[in-house]
Design a protein around this ligand. Sequence first.
Ligand code: NAD
Ligand code: UFG
Length: 341
Amino acid sequence: MKKILVTGGAGYIGSHTALALLKSDYEVVVVDNLFNSSQESLTRVEKLSGKSLTFYQSDIRDKAALINIFKKEKIDAVIHFAGLKAVGESVLKPLAYYQNNVEGTLTLVEVMKECGTNCLVFSSSATVYGEANQPPYVETQPLGNPSSPYGKTKAMVEQILMDVAVSDPEIKIANLRYFNPIGADASGQIGEDPNGIPNNLMPFVAQVAVGKRDKLAIFGDDYPTKDGTCLRDYIHVTDLAVGHIDALTWLLKQEQGCCEAFNLGTGEPLSVLDIVHGFENFTKQTISYEFSPRRSGDLPAFWANSSKAQEILAWQPTKSLQDMMEDTWRWQSNNPQGYQN
Ligand code: NAD
Ligand code: UFG
């Protein structure tokens, strides 16, 4: 049985991926400093899967601690989620973002090389395409110049990983470029639990529905789109988690070193109003909203061409908009205070 280290595994996407790994009979070791998460997510992952995982509360930048974990656990492959992800905060605290996201990855890859672990799946983002590329984004387009320090850390890490792969014929890397992950495990037991006021659309909508927030502010109604609000490619977090298993399976089969990027999205652009009305329609909740000025840095529209992941990884998203809305609501209504319940 292969043993997978999941950095940032207590977080939103990491916990869903840890669950998918356990269900697929991998052994799971999680390293997370719990800066933006709770260990309760992992307790629930164990209950849902009926299997146990190993947890280390540790920072990936602590090289000595990481080496000890690798030596003790004999890791076959790494899925690397750990990092900071708030776009707006990254503009105010760029050093924290470069420190955590870039230095954290450098330390992780150094330790992997020192300990002979060659397989890495990295959490990248559609933001690496920047604004110069036209949607639908496809992996043959060049890396762009993302507007936020957060986005720049993702583009920088991808570049670093490509250089590492050129220098080391043994190393095998998949850079997974996520579009907009939403939803929750169908059990309603694990989900997205942001600290403070949510930055992202879906958790904000869910918190309005549960009465934690009064009203959604929709940022901009004058974009050149069908209804004036921005278009995004929303992808169910369980489909995304399965994408990691498919990438891992593919990497473990490769006989030669590689570094490949894959888009993970549905390819279907939806507007902010599509999400609000979809949520209302499928959950029978009413969402109060008002239009407010555009948010700085938002692009009008982007979505994925995910043919490469479909052809090479045999990955296929299966969840519908209805699943995304109902699962979000099941998680939020069962856990109005997130993991603090
Ligand atoms: P999250 O904040 O829920 O999870 C990240 C986890 O990493 C948290 O549990 C946090 O405590 C941990 N962490 C942060 N820095 C760490 C460090 N130095 N050492 C150890 N643990 C650390 O975020 P998420 O939404 O699950 O995102 C996971 C990854 O996917 C991130 O790298 C993010 O940038 C990327 N991503 C997310 C989205 C999205 O919309 N959620 C989109 C594109 C890419
Ligand atoms: N939006 C609102 N009101 C809100 C929050 C968001 O109207 O309160 C709008 C935004 O303006 C945007 C859309 O909803 O038009 C989606 O916004 P999100 O913040 O949910 O997502 P983004 O597309 O801005 O960014 C997300 C992740 C980034 C990642 C990017 C591409 O937050 O980390 O997707 O993958 F880089």
